[in-house]
Design a binder for this molecule. Structure first.
Ligand SMILES: NC(=O)c1ccc[n+]([C@@H]2O[C@H](COP(=O)([O-])OP(=O)(O)OC[C@H]3O[C@@H](n4cnc5c(N)ncnc54)[C@H](OP(=O)(O)O)[C@@H]3O)[C@@H](O)[C@H]2O)c1
Ligand SMILES: [Zn+2]
Length: 337
């Protein structure tokens, strides 16, 4: 079988299509004919050599978290799944025994990790992480859902966003950004989003964004947000200086949820502003398998239409990563092995 592997951690030029042996499903596992696998900034960090998870000793490395396709084989002890079933994978990997696995939420598992291996014709996965796909949900759409939409959904819920709330989303045009705009709209909230590109913001307006700010200048963005109003919640996947910005603009008692560090891993907390303003800053990673089920149901019911910028053949996986690196896309980038 063919897989798109990272053979050098130097950016998109380090992606090559390689041949691999067909995997065998072990007990509790299933094989999936991968029809679609979305890529995420997490994969790009690895490819750029900016992840503690993968180094030169792990090459060739096949990434790909967000798998959708058809079950081709099941191992021993697999219940409720048959070859031919159409499925999407929840990429969470958990220990099933720590206090968070027992009491929830499972994404707080003490040994939490993520599945990698979807950029391949066949994926060997844990069977009980597969979810059946309703008839109306195609594999490419399904592959767009897990990482970006679960993460956005979980952050909106942690920030207790509700009808009429104002939500600030720095970087509103990528996977998590667009997912947050679309889901905040479903929650009945209003949104402010930023981008370096007027054209990309225009496309996100069509997906439900209420106020677009075309700027990368922190002070300019701050002034524009203050003219619109004080956000009840900030959904921050950029980190860096956008954390100071989010804290400064949010209302008294507001919540900022943080899931990423695209703009930097270091931020400063204005301590007095935090306690005098009764503000909350919460970290959040991925979501739960039940979050994914709810999102698949929203798509099946026609309430949510995940935004896919472009699809790529497996042989063009390098171009898919180049598009992400060049900040060309709006929404998700999906590879179709
Ligand atoms: N903790 C978790 O569970 C989890 C899950 C998913 C994602 N994440 C994190 O969330 C972040 C977003 O992931 P993603 O897959 O949605 O990425 P993505 O699709 O590549 O995000 C693109 C967005 O980021 C903005 N952006 C890119 N580089 C930037 C920079 N240097 N400074 C400011 N803005 C920049 C883009 O703005 P323009 O419109 O201006 O180009 C665009 O809005 C990443 O840090 C990722 O690691 C974390
Ligand atoms: Zn656990």
């Amino acid at each position: 079988m063919k897989a798109a592997a990272f053979t050098d951690l130097i950016g998109p030029e380090g992606v090559d299509v390689i041949d691999r042996d067909e995997p065998e499903p072990g007990p509790g596992e299933a094989l999936v004919d991968v029809e679609a696998c979305a890529i995420n900034r997490h994969d790009l960090w690895i490819l750029e050599g900016d992840s503690a998870m993968v180094d030169a000793d792990d090459l060739p490395f096949v990434t790909g978290l967000d798998v959708a396709g058809v079950v081709s084989e099941i191992g021993e002890d697999v219940q409720g799944l048959e070859p031919g079933d159409r499925v999407v994978l929840c990429p969470n990997e958990t220990c099933d025994s720590c206090r968070f696995c027992r009491e929830g939420p499972e994404n707080m598992c003490e040994r939490f990790s993520l599945y990698h291996g979807g950029l391949s014709e066949t994926a060997r996965v844990t069977a009980d992480r597969l979810m059946p796909l309703p008839d109306g949900v195609d594999a490419t759409t399904a592959a767009a859902i897990p990482t970006a939409y679960m993460t956005a959904f979980h952050m909106l819920r942690r920030a207790e966003v509700g009808p009429g709330d104002l939500v600030f989303v720095p970087g509103a045009t990528g996977g998590v950004g667009v997912a947050t705009i679309q889901l905040a709209d479903i929650f009945g909230a209003r949104t402010i989003g930023t981008s370096s590109s007027a054209e990309k913001l225009e496309r996100v307006r069509d997906l439900g964004l209420d106020h677009g700010i075309e700027s990368t200048d922190i002070d300019e963005i701050r002034g524009e947000v203050e003219e619109i109003g004080a956000p009840d919640a900030v959904i921050n996947h950029l980190g860096g200086e956008f954390t100071e910005l989010g804290q400064a603009v949010m209302r008294r008692g507001g919540t900022m949820a943080i899931c990423g560090r695209t703009a930097g891993n270091e931020s400063t907390i204005d301590v007095a502003n935090l306690f005098l303003g009764h503000k909350r800053v919460v970290g959040s990673t991925m979501g739960t398998q039940d979050d994914l089920r709810r999102l698949v149901d929203l798509v099946a019911d026609g309430e949510l239409d995940p935004e896919i910028d472009e699809t790529y053949a497996l042989a063009d996986t390098d171009a898919a990563f180049a598009a992400m690196q060049d900040r060309e896309s709006v929404g998700k980038i999906v590879v179709e092995p």
